[in-house]
Design a binder for this molecule. Structure first.
Ligand SMILES: Nc1ccn([C@@H]2O[C@H](COP(=O)(O)OP(=O)(O)OP(=O)(O)O)[C@@H](O)[C@H]2O)c(=O)n1
Ligand SMILES: [Ca+2]
Length: 513
């Protein structure tokens, strides 16, 4: 018998497979398009670089610095960096008092170098500034009109360059201190806008900044934020508002206390106790000789007051490398007999208690670096620095010369004096104890940029450091797009899942067949 036929309609294929496939395809395409759009939209645009040039016309020499930064990030912190430094051959511009035009010509090679560094089409938009420091301050005191002629010679040279000349002037000691402080804190990232993390306590000192110590040939600067102390003298007080934060900064520039002028001060003092023009100098190596015209010692306004009729015209200096005696001789150039404030450094100049970390650069760094005292990770303790300088000073000059044949004799012969002077200035002048010494970091460069006042000067003149924190979005554009994509995907996935759960296609429901 035939089995009864099952009648009725065939069970429908409950899943419209085709539609599901199409849906899946559309979903995948949408997801791919979303991701592709986010990626292409966020591809870094071709970099639009800007340049700026600053000439540091120091007392001993002139350096030209080229800086660059991405145009669209101008107001961010830490984006400007040095791409070139060119050292002008010969003396500093103040050394051209006898032939001011030569001061202008001396800059030519470095200007050429800058022309090679900056793309030609940007020459006209690249600002160039020249700032002269203590050498020109001294020349102005000595002979204003000669100083003006030197300045106009360098100005004419810079005006004739293809760059956008913005000025050549003598900057004040206060500015030099302040811009050095801005430079190092900008480069160390201490002005960083922390955004969401603003409420966290700062790790460094209470101000979150580092002090700056600059030692030049003719002046030296100390700049830092004291700890809640009032700054007792107006001329040492600066107020900055940077990236939405206020800073009360102490600064002082000691004219005549750069290392070259300090040596002159010491020698001029020593001369008073010699009868015949022979001087046994403890700050030079045993076996070192130097002959100088006594008149040269008194050409600077730093020593002019002590000018006297000496019975000899030449000074015969002979080294004996005695560090302890050298320190005593140097001590005499710091007058600590009077202080009209609650505390002073020397010469009656106000100094609040030292606070926080310090970055020490220019000659502080050159000398410490030469003595191999900057290579270790943590600061070398004061007693080790002292014994290193002491040992170096006692070495015979011919031995030192033979060991460092490539170092300029002028630099090499003075590292003993310079080491002792740095210790005198920091220990006795500013009061860095063995403990506080550990807060000093000797630095030449921070990243690719030299520590010095020039970067801070340019940042200020180009208005690249805003007083208030620029309004920033909580997320970067890339993070924003990424998050949007992610959330969209999650949303779609949740939607699909919801559809599947609440409108389960019959084929997926158990026991239907
Ligand atoms: N490798 C070097 C380079 C420089 N010097 C000396 O360090 C001193 C300071 O140099 P610098 O900071 O360049 O001084 P200037 O900027 O020229 O002087 P100032 O800031 O006082 O105008 C000078 O006596 C220079 O001879 C040194 O001993 N070793
Ligand atoms: Ca300098």
């Amino acid at each position: 018998m035939d089995e009864p036929k099952v009648t009725g309609t065939k069970p429908r294929t409950c899943c419209p497979r085709k539609s599901l496939l199409i849906l899946g395809f559309l979903f995948a395409s949408a997801a791919i398009a979303l991701v592709a759009m986010a990626v292409t939209q966020n591809k870094p645009l071709p970099k639009n670089i800007k340049y700026g040039i600053v000439l540091d016309a120091g007392s001993s020499h002139t350096n030209l610095y080229v800086y660059e930064w991405p145009a669209e990030k101008e107001n961010d912190t830490g984006v400007v960096h040095q791409v070139e430094v060119c050292t002008v051959q010969g003396s500093g511009i103040s050394g051209y008092s006898k032939d001011p035009d030569e001061a202008g010509l001396s800059l030519q090679n470095c200007i050429k170098r800058a022309q090679e560094m900056v793309p030609e089409q940007q020459h006209r938009d690249t600002p160039v500034y020249l700032g002269a420091t203590a050498g020109m301050r001294l020349l102005s005191l000595q002979n204003r009109s000669v100083a003006d002629r030197v300045l106009s010679a360098v100005e004419n040279m810079l005006r004739s360059s293809p760059f956008d000349f913005q000025g050549a002037r003598v900057i004040s000691g206060q500015e030099e201190g302040a811009y050095g402080w801005i430079t190092i804190n900008y480069l160390l990232g201490n002005f960083k806008q922390t955004g969401w993390l603003d409420f966290l306590p700062h790790l460094q000192s209470s101000s979150g900044t580092s002090g700056a110590l600059d030692l030049g040939g003719a002046s030296t600067q100390i700049t830092f934020v004291p700890d809640h102390e009032p700054i007792e003298s107006q001329e040492n007080s600066l107020h900055f508002r940077l990236y939405g934060k206020s800073y009360n900064v102490y600064t002082h520039s000691f004219l005549c206390y750069g290392k070259d002028q300090a040596l002159r001060l010491k020698l001029a003092g020593d001369l008073q106790s010699t009868q015949n023009g022979s001087l046994l100098d403890p700050c030079f190596h045993p076996g070192y000789f130097r002959v100088m015209n006594t008149s040269d010692l008194y050409t600077s306004p730093c020593t002019a007051n002590g000018e006297q009729q000496l019975p000899f015209r030449r000074l015969h200096l002979q080294g004996n490398g005695d560090y302890q005696v050298c320190r005593k001789a140097i001590q005499k150039i710091f007058n600590t007999s009077h202080c009209p404030y609650s505390s002073c450094s020397f010469n009656g100049i106000f100094l609040p208690p030292l606070q926080g970390k310090f970055g020490a650069f220019s000659a502080f760094y050159f000398v410490m670096n030469f003595l191999n005292l900057t290579t270790e990770k943590s600061p070398v303790p004061l007693n080790r620095v002292t014994s290193t300088v002491q040992r170096f000073c006692s070495r015979p000059w011919n031995e030192v010369k033979a060991e460092f044949p490539n170092i300029k004799e002028k630099y090499l012969s003075e590292y003993c004096f310079s080491g002792a002077y740095i210790l005198s200035l920091l220990e006795n002048g500013y009061g860095f104890t063995a403990e506080k010494w550990q807060n000093i970091q000797f630095l030449g460069k921070i990243g690719s940029s030299d520590a010095g006042w020039t970067l801070g000067y340019m940042l200020n003149l180009t208005n690249m450091i805003p007083a208030e924190k620029p309004p920033t979005r909580p997320l970067s554009h890339a993070s924003y797009v990424g998050l949007m994509v992610f959330c969209s995907l999650v949303l779609v996935a949740v939607l699909l899942l919801g559809c599947f759960i609440f409108h389960k296609p019959k084929c997926l429901q158990k026991g239907l067949i």
